[in-house]
Design a protein around this ligand. Structure first.
Ligand SMILES: Nc1ncnc2c1ncn2[C@@H]1O[C@H](COP(=O)(O)OP(=O)(O)OP(=O)(O)O)[C@@H](O)[C@H]1O
Ligand SMILES: Nc1ncnc2c1ncn2[C@@H]1O[C@H](COP(=O)(O)OP(=O)(O)OP(=O)(O)O)[C@@H](O)[C@H]1O
Ligand SMILES: [Mg+2]
Ligand SMILES: [Mg+2]
Lengths: 251, 251
């Protein structure tokens, strides 16, 4: 089995990168071969895993000058986990290939060549519905949508669902919703409870049972350049991502 | 006096919109005439102030078909505070004017016509260094940079500072840094303290003394469609934005 999942939500700071790193690591711990593709020019997944960002390495050269993508994939200190880093040039990708045919399918073509070497490929997307995210949705089998349990979180949902429809109509008819994961849940506040209930009421079965709590350890782990599993596996944050990995496999 | 300030940081979810709404409201309370321009196609400042997002209203028509910008500006329940809403069409703005000359100066031209009617114009930017943010930096006298006191927060700073240099060289030589405001500070954790110290050490005088704490009331206020001042003026969050307004005026 091999599945490509785009982790996307145009709202900023909702836990896309944190989910890519920690869900990826949790599945790798469960003996799945996992690749994390950092498709954000800011390279937060690259930095958060302690990898130095270097010019012209990772996904950008594999898309632009056709270097073999496998050559740009790095093994990680956790067995079964691999990373394809981002680099700053990625922010110029859209303008550089503006006039090319099939420009939305660049990532799809690159990932198809290596898809069978992994059980899961996660694509960490930037906070926008622009060209990079469209490329990711075109390459993906499904989308995983982290949603912060705060007020603004549902504001962007109509646009996101509309974008999925457009991608399905023109670029990737098979694109499904893998699920919605509630993040940064603060059990001390009513706001989180109210928002979580509202989302479950309106979106029911596509929302995962597991909720990711807001914890200091999850916010600290990237400063040590490690997934939470390698930073403190007994923490609430690590346990919640391990449970999310199990729920994802069950569906 | 009339000043245009872009509130920008390509990192998502750092408090750009929350700062635009609450700093704007705090200055209005202090008898400054303030305009908040929502320049994010997601329209979070519009929604967070309880304004219904409508097709083809606000900043987009004023930029595209030259309707008078003042006609698109709405008064707010707080005296001296005005809002120019966003609408979904704004996300197509870049592609629509791709071939026009001076496309980066569209917002500059529109705001120059009305600049003297306000003491402060805040432009709430989307989480990217793309076309909309470049337009905002070209129109602005200065940039206010919210920085979350968490690990990822400094990752994007080099790219942001580089972008400012480029905007200064080609589009807006007078662009200055108004300041950096530390947001979502959690005094219970070492992470916030460490990050805040690190930022002050490296960026010294451009970081405001006032720190915005992470509080539930600040997260809740947008769900009531109100700035924190109208939701709970005695709260720590409201008080911190009032102090930030005073510090901004002193500089
Ligand atoms: N469950 C959590 N508990 C505490 N902090 C968290 C949690 N999830 C994410 N964070 C922190 O919140 C911030 C935003 O998270 P993250 O960068 O993963 O979001 P994102 O959606 O990828 O942001 P962007 O839109 O900029 O790509 C980071 O500083 C991260 O460390
Ligand atoms: N000081 C604070 N305390 C608690 N919650 C906050 C604070 N500031 C912002 N928030 C909440 O954190 C989330 C992100 O804030 P906000 O939307 O202002 O950031 P942003 O930088 O504008 O995001 P985007 O990059 O998507 O535009 C929102 O849900 C907001 O209500
Ligand atoms: Mg991210
Ligand atoms: Mg915002």
């Amino acid at each position: 089995m091999s599945k490509i999942i785009a982790i996307a939500n145009q709202k900023g700071g909702v836990g896309k990168t944190t989910t890519a790193i920690n869900l990826g690591a949790s599945l790798a711990l469960g003996n799945k071969r996992v690749l994390i593709v950092d498709f954000d020019p800011q390279g937060m997944a690259t930095a958060g895993m302690g990898i130095e960002k270097k010019e012209n390495t990772g996904i950008y050269p594999a898309l632009m000058d056709g270097t073999d993508l496998m050559d740009q994939i790095l093994p990680y200190e956790l067995d079964n986990l691999y990373v394809c880093p981002s680099s700053p040039e990625l922010s110029g990708f859209e303008v550089e290939i503006y006039s090319e045919n099939n420009r939305e399918k660049k990532l799809f073509t690159a990932l198809q060549k290596i898809k069978n070497r992994f059980n899961f490929i996660f694509i960490d997307c930037p906070p926008s519905l622009g060209f990079l995210t469209i490329n990711a949705l075109t390459a993906a089998d499904s989308i995983l949508i982290p949603v912060q349990t705060e007020f603004f979180c549902m504001e962007g949902m109509p646009e996101l669902l509309q974008t999925l429809d457009q991608v399905r109509s023109y670029l990737n008819p098979m694109l499904r919703i893998e699920g919605i994961v509630l993040t940064m849940y603060d059990e001390r506040t009513n706001l989180s409870k109210q928002v979580a209930n509202e989302i479950r009421k309106s979106l029911k079965s596509i929302v995962y049972e597991v909720i990711i709590p807001r914890t200091v350890k999850l916010a600290e782990a990237p400063s040590f350049g490690k997934p939470i599993l390698l930073y403190d596996i007994k923490s609430k944050g690590a346990q919640s991502y391990l449970k999310l990995a199990q729920e994802l496999l069950k569906r």
